[in-house]
Design a protein around this ligand. Structure first.
Ligand code: CU
Length: 208
C-alpha cells in the first residue's frame, strides 16, 4: 500500500517538475493551476496521504566518558557552538541541555495528498530520552545554529526532508546507548493526519 502511494507520488512529482520546467520555485506559476480539474484525480483522503521513509537516528553513547563526542560531525559541532553562545545559554532549554547527551533523527515525509500538513511533534519511549524536539539549522552570520521550531510544513503533493544541516528531530537527555543497527520507534504527530508510527534505524552517517 505504501509503495503504491510512493510510486504515485513519484509520478506526480515528476509530472509537477516537468510541467514547471524542472524548478520547484517557478517564477511564473501556470494560471491553469488554480482551476486545474486534474486535482480531482488525486486521492481525497488526507489521513492516509503521508508516508514516512528513510528514518534513521545517529548513534550515541551515554556510557563512555566522551559521550558528547558523538557530536563529532559537522552539524553536531555547530550544535555545540550554538549552545555556547550567550543567547542560547540564556535559554532554559540550553541550560537543561548543558549536561545532557543529545542525538538526532532524520527522515523524509512524503505527502501524496492535495492538502498540506504540519509535523507538530515527535515522541519516543520515555526511557530513550528526556525530551524530543523539532529543530532547524539557521545561518547566522556564517555560523550555523540550531533552533527549536513549532512545526515542520509538509507541502501538498510534496515532501518535507529532515536531514543533516536542516530540519531534524532532537533527542535531549538521551538515557541509553543507541548502537548501529538498532531500531528506535518514533511517533510522529501531524496536524491533519494524526499520529504515525515509524521505525528509525540507528546508523552512522557517512563522513562527508
Ligand atoms: Cu538540534
Amino acid at each position: 500500500m505504501r509503495r503504491i502511494f510512493t510510486s504515485a507520488l513519484t509520478a506526480l512529482t515528476c509530472l509537477t517538475l516537468a510541467s514547471c520546467g524542472g524548478t520547484a520555485a517557478a517564477p511564473t506559476p501556470p494560471p491553469a493551476a488554480a482551476t486545474a480539474p486534474a486535482a480531482a484525480v488525486t486521492a481525497p483522503a488526507a489521513q492516509s496521504a503521508l508516508t514516512i521513509k528513510d528514518a534513521w537516528v545517529r548513534p550515541v553513547s551515554v556510557t563512555e566518558p566522551a559521550a558528547t563526542s558523538a557530536l563529532t560531525t559537522t552539524e553536531a559541532m555547530t550544535d555545540t557552538m550554538a549552545l555556547t553562545t550567550t543567547e542560547a545559554m540564556t535559554d532554559s532549554l540550553a541550560m537543561e541541555m548543558d549536561a545532557s547527551v543529545t542525538t538526532a533523527a532524520y527522515l523524509t515525509i512524503v505527502n501524496s495528498g492535495a492538502t498540506p500538513d504540519n509535523l507538530l511533534s515527535v515522541s519516543a519511549a520515555p526511557e530513550l530520552a528526556k525530551s524530543v524536539e523539532l529543530h532547524t539549522m539557521i545561518d547566522e552570520g556564517g555560523v550555523m545554529k540550531m533552533r527549536p521550531v513549532a512545526k515542520i510544513e509538509v507541502p501538498a503533493n510534496g515532501e518535507a526532508v529532515l536531514k543533516i544541516g536542516g530540519f531534524h528531530v532532537m533527542f535531549i537527555g538521551v538515557q541509553k546507548d543507541l548502537k548501529d543497527g538498532e531500531t528506535v520507534k518514533l511517533s510522529l504527530t501531524f496536524e491533519q493526519a494524526g499520529t504515525i508510527q515509524v521505525d528509525a534505524v540507528v546508523r552512522t552517517p557517512p563522513t562527508p
